[in-house]
Design a protein around this ligand. Structure first.
Ligand code: FES
Ligand code: FES
Length: 149
C-alpha cells in the first residue's frame, strides 16, 4: 500500500510502486481531469503538482509521489485567478491541454508573481496545445497576474 495525499484527502493505493502517477490518478482514483497525451513527458497534458512543483504525472512513479502532497486540476478552485482568466478569455478550444496548462501556470505564478511575457512563454513552452491557443494562454496568465500591459 502506498499513501498519497491528493487535493487534501488521504488515499491508500494498492498498486505497483513503479506505476506512473498518471495511471494511479486516472485509472485507480478516477481523477480524469489530468490528461494522457504523449506518455513520455513531452506534452504537458498530464501536469500536476507534487510537493508544490509542477511535474509530468506520466514520468513520476507512485513510489516517488508517495508521502508528498499531490494537487490535480480537481484541487484548483474555479475562483483561482488563472482559471478565471482562462474562462474569461475563452482560452480552451478543444480543451484537452487546458488542465495541464492551468496546473503549469498556477505553479509558475506562485513562484514568479510578476512575470514578463518572455518569462510566461518560457515557463509554458513545454505545454503543447494542438489547437494553437498560445496567444490566449499568455494573455490569460498576464491578466491573472494583473499585468495586462
Ligand atoms: S502525457 Fe505526460 S507529458 Fe505528455
Ligand atoms: S485547446 Fe485543444 S489542445 Fe489546447
Amino acid at each position: 500500500m502506498s499513501a498519497l495525499n491528493i487535493n487534501g484527502k488521504d488515499h491508500s493505493v494498492d498498486a505497483d510502486p513503479a506505476m506512473p502517477l498518471l495511471w494511479v490518478l486516472r485509472d485507480i482514483l478516477g481523477l480524469t481531469g489530468t490528461k494522457y497525451g504523449c506518455g513520455i513527458g513531452e506534452c504537458g497534458a498530464c501536469t500536476v503538482h507534487v510537493a508544490g512543483k509542477a511535474v509530468r504525472a506520466c514520468k513520476v512513479t507512485l513510489a516517488e509521489a508517495s508521502g508528498h502532497d499531490v494537487t490535480t486540476i480537481e484541487g484548483i478552485a474555479d475562483s483561482h485567478p488563472i482559471v478565471h482568466a482562462f474562462a474569461q478569455l475563452n482560452v480552451p478550444a478543444c480543451g484537452f491541454c487546458t488542465p495541464g496548462q492551468i496546473m503549469q501556470a498556477v505553479a509558475f505564478v506562485k513562484q514568479k508573481p510578476d512575470p514578463e511575457d518572455d518569462d510566461i512563454v518560457q515557463a509554458m513552452q513545454g505545454n503543447i496545445c494542438r489547437c494553437g491557443a498560445y496567444v490566449r494562454i499568455v494573455a490569460a496568465i498576464r491578466q491573472a497576474v494583473g499585468a495586462d500591459r
